[in-house]
Ligand binder design. Structure first.
Ligand SMILES: [Zn+2]
Length: 149
């Protein structure tokens, strides 16, 4: 159980929400075309900077956390750099970068229409290394210790 009285609890929650933002937009990078991959990275970058700040000022500037954040950032940049033919991804069933089957889960009904769309669509193989690094960033050994949240 997460201890709300622990002096670092609010800092851990801050890290948790930055990581959630990084995670959400990494999904978007994995299936985006052309410059929109870079645009999604530009949404993520302030969260990476916030995570570095949290480590520096609230987690005693731990080398393990710093290195894990840097590895996440590098992995995101390599996702941004993956090129593909630029076809509109919404109509594809396979990842345009690696040709794996696209993963979909959840659904919602956009305002004013009669159909539902998947809440999340992403390429699992493209995000595998990233997902492992994100788990590391949540861990107590190499990250912010978010397992209990
Ligand atoms: Zn892929």
């Amino acid at each position: 159980m997460f201890d709300m009285d622990h002096p670092q609890s609010s800092h851990r929650f801050a890290a948790y929400h930055q990581i959630a933002l990084v995670h959400k937009f990494a999904y978007a990078i994995s299936l985006s075309t052309g410059h929109s991959r870079r645009d999604f990275y530009d949404i993520i970058k302030p969260a990476i900077i916030a995570l570095m700040w949290l480590n520096e000022h609230r987690f005693e500037n731990r080398k393990e956390i710093h290195d894990t954040i840097a590895a996440v950032d590098q992995e995101l940049l390599s996702l941004v750099a993956k090129t593909h033919h630029g076809q509109y991804v919404g109509e594809l069933t396979n990842c345009p970068a690696c040709d794996a089957l696209i993963t979909e889960f959840g659904s919602y009904k956009p305002h004013g229409v009669d159909f539902t769309v998947p809440e999340y669509r992403y390429c699992e193989p493209c995000l595998e290394r990233f997902a492992n690094l994100l788990e590391k960033l949540k861990s107590a050994s190499d990250g912010f210790g978010l397992e209990a949240i």
